[in-house]
Design a protein around this ligand. Structure first.
Ligand code: SAM
Length: 301
């Protein structure tokens, strides 16, 4: 067994022996297609985070909680209509088997049961950060025409949608949420500053400080600028020229202050172009407002 496999095994045994948690976060995914998760959870950052013991992910087969010969999880909708509906009994039994805190104590225990649903609150980076702060996250994947409403009303703590479109099942949504949340767990990326510089990050600038003061800057030149709720700035790598397309001169001239300012301006430009709605909520500094004025002036020319 590889060293990382041994470590997971060791943490699991410690978990059982001490009745204590050795993971930052445990995610339980409830699905009728457990095989679906073989790919998404086994690569890159999420795999490394599992191997490092930062997160434990358990995929639960809903059919284990059925009692009939055919392992039935769905039934026809009351009132008629198209398709089938996931039955409440296996879902309630499955969640109850996880020994979560009940009622009002669940939030205090930093646990949450989420039903994936096109009708839920739209998932975004702020919600991902909220979920990354939990100790236990349970994701219920719907299928068919959906899930018996009593699950959303009385079993799940919240419903989450990953976007305004309809998927065939909650599994893709659960994978999206798991991936987004895991990369926010301290240590998952190796460099905590990385998440701060990414699109949508709305926390404090690296180095902190009052953003209305235009002299306040991120402390490290190589940290460039935290996104502050904007889209990320453009990234380039070698070669400096590819098929006649050159990397912007400012990035190769080595002047950290020029690079920082160019990146911030580019992030503002891209946000204005692709997601102007984000500018309403973004934490803009005095310098940002100057840059936006510059962008507006150059657009008029
Ligand atoms: N009848 C439902 C509706 O119109 O809202 C759609 C059901 S969909 C075909 C089956 C399952 O896919 C849902 O129960 C949910 O778990 C999942 N799903 C579909 N769209 C989703 C979305 N945008 N976000 C999260 N889960 C979604």
């Amino acid at each position: 067994m590889a060293e990382s496999g041994l470590r997971i095994c060791f943490l699991g045994v410690l978990d059982d022996l001490c009745g204590k948690r050795f993971w930052f976060l445990q995610i339980d995914i409830i699905t009728i297609f457990p095989e679906f998760f073989r790919g998404p959870l086994d690569h890159g950052i999420i795999r490394r985070a599992r191997e490092a013991g930062l997160v434990k992910i358990e995929v639960r087969d809903l059919r284990v909680h059925t009692r009939d010969r055919h392992r039935t999880v769905d039934d026809r909708p009351f009132g008629g209509g198209e398709g089938m509906v996931l039955k409440p009994e296996p879902l309630f039994e499955c969640v109850e088997s996880l020994n979560l805190a009940t009622g009002d104590e669940r939030a205090a225990a930093k646990q949450s049961v989420v039903l994936l649903s096109a009708q839920g609150r739209r998932f975004d980076q702020a919600l991902a950060a909220e979920l990354a702060d939990l100790d236990r996250l349970v994701l219920i994947c719907g299928r068919y025409e959906g899930v018996d409403e009593r699950v959303g009303m009385h079993l799940a703590d919240r419903e989450i949608s990953i976007g305004d479109y309809v998927l065939s099942g909650g599994e893709l949504g659960a994978a999206v949420i798991a991936d987004t949340v895991v990369r926010l767990i301290p240590g998952a990326l190796g460099n905590e500053a990385s998440t701060r510089q990414e699109s949508f990050f709305a926390g404090p600038e690296i180095g902190g400080g009052d953003l209305s003061d235009k002299n306040v800057r991120p402390t490290q030149p190589d940290s460039t600028c935290a996104s502050g709720g904007l889209l990320d700035y453009p990234h380039y790598t070698r070669p400096a020229e590819f098929r006649g397309m050159k990397v912007p001169e400012v990035l190769v001239n080595g002047n950290h202050e020029d690079i920082r300012r160019w990146r911030r301006r580019s992030a503002l430009e891209k946000t204005l172009r692709n997601r102007p709605d984000l500018l309403d909520q973004a934490r803009l500094s005095e310098e940002d407002r100057e840059l936006l004025a510059e962008i507006a002036a150059s657009a008029e020319q």
